[in-house]
Design a protein around this ligand. Sequence first.
Ligand SMILES: [Mg+2]
Length: 136
Amino acid sequence: MTIGFDLDGIICDINIFELVLSEKLSFVESYYYKERKPLLNPYMFLTNDDDFIIITAREKRLSSITKQWIDKFLPGAKWFIVDTGYNEDPRETAEKKLKILLREKVEVYFDDNPDIIKELRKKCNTIKFIQFGGRL
Ligand SMILES: [Mg+2]
């Protein structure tokens, strides 16, 4: 079985206040992403036969910083960036994430954003979508 994980708020921690600030002040943006702390270890969810992928809706320009972080904490992990942005309509983000989830034959997917979970559940009933985290 392949399990899918969102990155921000699932694999690494998130700080909404700092994130919004970093979007306004571009010089602190790379600091924000470099300093994320691991939150969930995906390997804790896997049996020896399972696999995992990471899907993030970070903007594409954050690819190299994202790669550095994943290489450091989860070397060799398979990951995808859907190039949206934090403020994109959750319906569009869900649509883009779903394409990858279906292509990669993911059976369970974790995301911290309840709007994205809601949209994914509307669009697909073959994958189990689970919200993690305390977001409202
Ligand atoms: Mg997230």
